[in-house]
Structures are given as structure tokens and as C-alpha cells.
Write a protein that binds this ligand. Structure first.
Ligand code: GLN
Ligand code: ZN
Length: 759
């Protein structure tokens, strides 16, 4: 203890490698192409690369243990012995046990995967049972610390903090509260701290982001008690408690009540942290790690403004270190490889590597004062502005977000569509075969010409239409073969968006995404989906659903501009979608689905900010979808979450039909919808498409009967939980067969109970 914290730091760095090496090595290992030793060697090389990069950039304090073979929450769970018995008893070696928890094995499904706060990263939810015996297993952190030391690099191991770990966990015992186990868990953390100190570690970083959300007083007290106890450990490194993604609120005074040596505050997402800090009294002996460089977005920092904020912190605390607002896990690795971007955009961007330079510069400027800082980029170029879009936005009226009353729409739609009760449909995508992916890649690379590409995709659309007709589905889809990532697909066709070539960001495990960058006013150059949808419709008499991605989801899965409110950007996207809906309608498409799977995940962490978000989110969706006639049926689709907090907003979207993930929660969402007075069509998912399992016909019948008990048949739809693009055709065929015949069964009202599968 007693060592000063470096002048600058990052809370974490991308671990996927500049060329997604992590993806390659873990997938090679899973496929048996490389063994555990080869995986270990390749992983060590990736880590060494990151440490050298950070050292060469002259970063003041360098983190370690931010590498992960899959997920850092799982790593911390393993480090405290929270391996559920169902995995421990498989008798696998540690690495295989780890991957079994991450990905599941035949005998055991994986840990649940869920969103890391309001980011697009997904973590594995630790399972804490009554018989979970916490024991320290600091091997990974120690190994990485030693590895870096061998390179001559002193590092600061990072772990998820004990309170956040439990707040993110779920209990294997009904009614159990993982946080009640905090006192025992602290013993394991104390042992880890002891082991780290013994190895020479001087600083450790414990992440407590759960405390930027609403926490009750007992939870705040638990945090204080936890750190008071950890600080009492005799031989320990200095403790840096990091918070990020917002304001720490009451947890800040609670932490200041303990002797922790450093506290990290996100001054980008939580500017109020500064005010709170100023009111906290003297910060003698403390280091404040000031998160001044946005770790979640891709824009260059206004360095002069950041230095000014840093100087305020410096006036309050004994020592200030300049940091990123959160781990750089959430941004692409390096801008310097993006040679295809327009220079006026590139000049405004900073990816992880560039953000490291920013914190280093800021740290120096704060220390030395007066260091000349690079000027901020010039004002945005005129061609990014679209006055016609701005004019349309300014002229919007309330009525532009309203359709007629639902009964009137429902009657007009039924007259046009003539659907049976319990209509069957799917969510949009069909299996994406290797061949399809190859065709898209060849087209992108210019080896398959436009005509050849269109012919190939049309053949696929025809195949998907015939397949659905054969199975007897009522409302068909074209299958989305032309889309890889849906947000990327729309981003490529809209003005105001830019795509990177290598801007990959980890989504979960080995899965990475390449979010587009919204830099200017958004406008539609030409119809985006009409060609595919009308081609599909030309092949069949059954209605084909047009398939669009909603404004909230497009924003959630992009990097957004920081120079105007999100609400305005959302409305610009909505106007483009509104025009698309009208074009689809004019081309004879009678049903249009506008997906909003990200509606829940973008919800602000603090309740006090949620209503404002939901207002603009709902407003943008309605702007996108209310330009069509009564007889055009608007669907929406939501998935990936519990919907409790947004259920009123789902009703407010005013879609004619809402398909929603429900199979795993056994249709509970229907009661929630009924409770807020939702009275329009609803398709609770009756097939969990996240699992390769084919649902038995009887299971689907039972799910539908449960649903039919709450929703009348003319409003009840039958569909899977989500799109089918990650599934294979054999399971899709068997599952959809069960789904269609179960719908038949429930339509005629057979006996309640489990029915045998069709041969
Ligand atoms: N229409 C999209 C699909 O089926 C919806 C994707 C999603 O909900 N994430 O793939
Ligand atoms: Zn979905």
C-alpha cells in the first residue's frame, strides 16, 4: 500500500485482438483444431500484445486480468469458487468446466446470458445456490499478473467487485437473495487480495457498476460493510473501486466511509458525479479516477473541456488519475486501420487505441498544467446536414404519431387478410446457411455481380416461401437472406451512417458485432426492402410480412452522434422507416413488422430517467408506423428480456400485433400485458429458438392453451420466440410443423393435456 496510482489509466481494453484473434482461437479450440496448450499460448500472446500497446503508449497504470476466454463475470465467479454443482459434478478439467458453463454441454444447459447493464455486451449470470461454498481461486489473476511482470510491465488486476457480482447473480434456490451471501463472499475476496499482495500486486481494481443503478439502503450498506472488511485485510494491495455507466449516488458517500484508496467515477455518463464529489467533504488520502474519456462511444474527446473537469476533481482530491469512463471493451480496437472512412469522419473518431492516447495526454496536461492540447475537430461538415429532414422534423405534429382507433383498424385488416383464429407466423429470418453467407461475402467482395447476387437471393426467398406454404403457415416472411446484421443492413442504405471495415466489438463469447456509426442527419436514399418483399409476395397468395428494424433498435446497435439528443436522431430514423412503410404498402404489402428487440435493453439504469426515454422511444416507433392506412397491419417484435419495466410502453407502441419472447417464462408476459390493458393482437413465443431443442407438439399445445386462457382466439397469434437465422433447417421444419398443428388443435378446441407428437 501507499503507492500512488498512475496519472492515467483505462478501466479495461478490448480482448478480442485487432483481427478478432480471440474468436479464431477459442472457436478453433471448441472445434478440436487446437488443444488447451495451444489455446493458452495464443491467449498469452494476445494479452502480451495489449500490455505492450498500453506500455508503449505510456499509460500510467495498466490493467490485467481483463482478458477472458469468454466473459469477465464468469471469470470472477470462477475466481471465488461459484461453480454451480451441476457443472462441478461433470468431472471436467477446469477449462472444460469453464466452457461448459459458458456454452452448455449435452447434459447441462449453459448459464443464462444477459445484457451487461445498458450495453450490447452480454455476461453469464452466475448461479448462487445455498450450497455454493465460496473459495478463493486466484490462479487466473495471478498468472496474468506474472505474465505481464515477465515482460517488465507492472499491472493492476481487475475483478468484478463482490457486491456487483452478487447483484448480477441469480439464486438457484427459489426466493434466495444472492446478496445475503456477501459476508461469506468477502472471505473469498479477502483471500484473493492476500494472494495478490503476496505476489507483489500493488493495486487491485474491483468493479462495482451495479451501484450506478437504483439500489436500496440495505444494498448500499452492504457495499460499505464489504469494503470496510476488505480494507481491514492485513496484507493487501491498495483497492481501487471502479464505477461506470452513470452516477454512483448514495454509494459514493458509503464508499468514502471506508478507507478504500481510490474510487472511479464515470464523468461522461454521470456528470452529476462531480457535484456529488464536491459535496462529499475532504478527500484526503484518496485517489479519484476520473472517467473523462467516453469508453462507450467512438468520438474524440473534447480535451479542453475534459481538462477543465479534471481540474475540478484535482481541487477536491489528493490525487487524480484520468481514465476512460468504463472499460474500452465496448469500442473497436484501432481507428488507424480504417483507411476507407471519409477523412472528415475519421478526424472526429477515436477507438480504443486512440482513447489510450487521450487519457495519457489528459493525465499529463493535468499534472503539468498548460500542456498544449490538440484543438478539437472543426464543426461538422455541411454535407452531413440535411435540411429537408430537419424541416420535416420541425413540422411534425401530434397526429403524425397516431393511427385510428384499434377496432376500426382491426376490422379493416381482417377484411383484407381474412386470417383464421390463432394465425401462425414466424419472426422474420430463416436459417442462414453457409452457402448464403458465402454469396453475400462474394457479392461484397465484387466477385459475384449484382444480377447473380439478386438471382441467388431470390432463389432463397422462393425456397423459404414454398417451405412456409408447405408447412401451412398463415402469414409468411421472405426470410431475410440478404441481411447479415439487420442494423448494419439498414445503416448501409441510409445517409448519415458509416460502416467500418474492422470495427468489431465483442457481443458475447466469441461473437462480435460491427456497429455502424451515425454521424449525420439520417435520410433514406431509396426504398430499402421493397424489392425483396414484393418479390416474395409475388410468389404467393398468402400475406407476406414486410420486415423492418425499428428506430430504437437501430440506435441501440449503432454508435450514435453525440451532438444532438437521441430523441432527434430516433425521429430521423423513424421518418426514413415511415417512408419505407408507405412504399411497402403502396407495393401491395399488407402486413409490416417493425422489430424493436432493443426497446428494453436501452432503458436507462435509473428509474428517474426511464420515462423520458420511453416517451421518445415510443414516439419514434409511432412516427415510423402510423403513416399507413387502417387496413395495413403493423406488427412489432420484442425479445431478449423481462418486459416488466416497459410493459406500458409496449402497449403505447400501438402495434396491431406484438410478438414477444415468452416460452421460457411460461407466458407470464401475457398477464403483464393484460394488467396494463393491452387489447390488441399478441403472439407469445411458443418455441424457444435459443435452444436447438425441437419443442414437442404437446408442449406447444399446452403453451397455447395457457395463452388462450388469457387472450381471446381472434387476438392470439402463434409464433416462435425470435428469428430463425441461427437454427438449422431440420429443427426448423420439425418445430414449425408442431407449431402449425398445435395451432390447429387449439383452434378446434380439443382436450386439455399433453398430446403425442405426430409421427
Ligand atoms: N426479424 C428479425 C429476425 O427474425 C428479428 C431479430 C431480433 O428480434 N433480434 O431475425
Ligand atoms: Zn427477437
Amino acid at each position: 500500500m501507499g503507492t500512488t496510482f498512475g496519472q492515467s489509466t483505462v478501466l479495461g481494453y478490448p480482448r478480442i485482438g485487432g483481427n478478432r484473434e480471440l474468436k479464431r482461437i477459442v472457436e478453433d479450440h471448441w472445434a478440436g483444431r487446437i488443444d488447451a496448450d495451444e489455446l493458452a499460448t495464443a491467449s498469452a500472446a494476445l494479452r502480451a500484445q495489449v500490455w505492450r500497446t498500453l506500455r508503449d503508449a505510456r499509460l500510467g497504470s495498466i490493467p490485467s486480468n481483463t482478458f477472458s476466454h469468454y466473459d469477465h463475470v464468469l471469470d470472477t465467479a470462477v475466481a471465488v469458487g461459484a461453480v454451480p454443482r451441476r457443472f462441478a459434478r461433470l468431472g471436467l478439467c477446469p477449462l472444460d468446466t469453464y466452457f461448459a458453463m459458458a456454452r452448455g454441454v449435452d447434459a447441462e444447459p449453459a448459464l443464462e446470458l444477459t445484457k451487461w447493464f445498458d450495453t450490447n455486451y452480454h455476461y453469464l449470470v452466475p448461479e448462487i445456490d445455498d450450497d455454493t461454498a465460496f473459495t478463493a481461486d486466484p490462479q487466473k489473476a495471478l498468472r496474468e499478473y506474472h505474465e505481464a511482470r515477465e515482460l517488465g510491465i507492472e499491472t493492476r488486476p481487475v475483478l468484478v467487485g463482490p457486491a456487483t457480482l452478487l447483484l448480477l447473480s441469480k439464486s438457484g434456490t427459489p426466493g434466495g437473495r444472492p446478496l445475503d451471501r456477501l459476508p461469506e463472499l468477502i472471505d473469498a475476496y479477502a483471500d484473493i487480495l492476500g494472494a495478490l499482495a503476496g505476489a507483489g500486486v500493488r493495486w487491485v481494481q474491483l468493479d462495482e457498476p451495479a451501484y450506478v443503478g437504483d439500489r436500496d439502503p440495505a444494498e448500499v450498506t452492504a457495499l460499505r460493510d464489504a469494503y470496510a472488511r476488505l480494507c481491514a485485510v492485513r496484507e493487501r494491495p491498495a483497492i481501487f473501486v471502479a464505477s461506470y455507466f452513470g452516477e454512483l449516488g448514495d454509494a459514493l458517500p458509503a464508499l468514502l466511509d471506508t478507507p478504500v484508496e481510490a474510487i472511479g467515477l464515470d464523468l461522461v455518463a454521470g456528470p452529476g458525479n462531480l457535484r456529488r464529489l464536491a459535496g462529499a467533504g475532504p478527500l484526503r488520502g484518496r485517489t479519484i479516477v476520473a472517467g473523462l474519456v467516453d469508453g462507450r462511444n467512438v468520438w474524440r474527446t473534447d480535451l479542453r473541456a475534459a481538462v477543465a473537469a479534471g481540474a475540478v476533481v484535482a481541487g477536491l482530491a489528493d490525487h487524480v488519475s484520468v481514465a476512460t469512463s468504463c472499460s474500452l471493451l465496448h469500442v473497436p480496437v484501432d481507428l488507424s486501420v480504417e483507411t476507407g472512412l471519409a477523412p472528415e469522419l475519421r478526424d472526429r473518431l477515436a477507438f480504443a487505441r486512440q482513447k489510450v492516447d487521450e487519457v495519457v495526454l489528459l493525465g499529463r496536461a493535468l499534472r503539468d498544467g498548460g500542456t498544449s492540447l490538440p484543438a478539437p475537430p472543426p464543426p461538422a461538415p455541411a454535407q452531413w446536414r440535411d435540411d429537408s429532414v430537419r424541416g420535416r422534423l420541425a413540422a411534425l405534429r401530434h397526429s403524425d404519431r397516431r393511427r385510428s382507433a384499434y377496432p376500426q383498424r382491426a376490422a379493416a385488416q381482417q377484411a383484407r387478410l381474412n386470417l383464421p383464429p390463432l394465425p401462425t407466423t414466424t419472426i422474420g429470418s430463416f436459417p442462414q446457411t453457409a452457402e448464403l453467407r458465402r454469396a453475400r461475402a462474394e457479392h461484397r467482395a465484387g466477385r459475384l455481380d449484382e444480377a447473380g447476387y439478386v438471382a441467388r437471393m431470390r432463389a432463397e426467398v422462393e425456397h423459404v416461401i414454398r417451405f412456409q406454404e408447405r408447412l401451412g403457415l398463415d402469414v409468411l416472411v421472405h426470410g431475410e437472406p440478404e441481411r447479415n446484421d439487420m442494423v448494419q443492413y439498414f445503416g448501409e442504405q441510409l445517409d448519415g451512417f458509416a460502416a467500418t471495415a474492422h470495427g468489431w466489438v465483442q457481443s458475447y463469447g466469441s461473437r462480435c458485432v460491427r456497429p455502424p456509426i451515425i454521424h449525420g442527419d439520417v435520410a433514406r436514399r431509396a426504398p430499402m426492402t421493397v424489392g425483396w418483399s414484393t418479390y416474395a409476395q409475388s410468389l404467393t397468395d398468402r400475406p407476406v410480412k414486410g420486415m423492418l428494424t425499428g428506430p430504437v433498435t437501430i440506435l441501440a446497435w449503432s454508435f450514435v452522434r453525440a451532438d444532438q439528443p437521441l430523441a432527434d436522431t430516433a425521429d430521423q430514423v423513424a421518418l426514413a422507416l415511415r417512408d419505407e412503410c408507405r412504399d411497402l404498402e403502396a407495393a401491395g404489402i399488407r402486413v409490416i413488422q417493425v422489430d424493436e428487440p432493443a426497446l428494453r435493453e436501452t432503458l436507462p439504469l435509473r428509474r428517474s430517467e426511464q420515462q423520458a426515454y420511453l416517451d421518445w422511444a415510443v414516439g419514434a416507433f409511432r412516427l415510423a408506423t402510423s403513416g399507413v392506412a387502417d387496413g395495413t397491419q403493423i406488427h412489432t417484435h420484442l425479445c431478449y428480456s423481462e418486459f416488466g419495466a416497459v410493459i406500458t410502453a409496449i402497449d403505447a407502441l400501438d402495434a396491431d400485433v406484438t410478438s414477444i419472447e415468452a416460452s421460457r417464462s411460461r407466458m407470464e408476459v401475457l398477464d403483464d400485458l393484460a394488467a396494463v390493458g393491452y387489447r390488441r393482437g399478441v403472439g407469445p413465443g411458443v418455441w424457444d429458438i435459443h435452444s436447438p431443442r425441437v419443442p414437442a407438439r404437446g408442449e406447444v399445445v399446452e403453451a397455447l392453451r395457457r395463452a388462450a386462457a388469457v387472450v381471446p382466439p381472434e387476438r392470439l397469434w402463434v409464433n416462435p420466440d425470435c428469428g430463425l437465422k441461427t437454427r438449422g433447417y431440420p429443427e426448423v421444419e420439425a418445430s414449425l410443423e408442431h407449431l402449425v398443428s398445435a395451432a390447429d388443435e387449439v383452434r378446434v378446441g380439443g382436450p386439455v393435456g399433453t398430446l403425442p407428437d405426430r409421427p
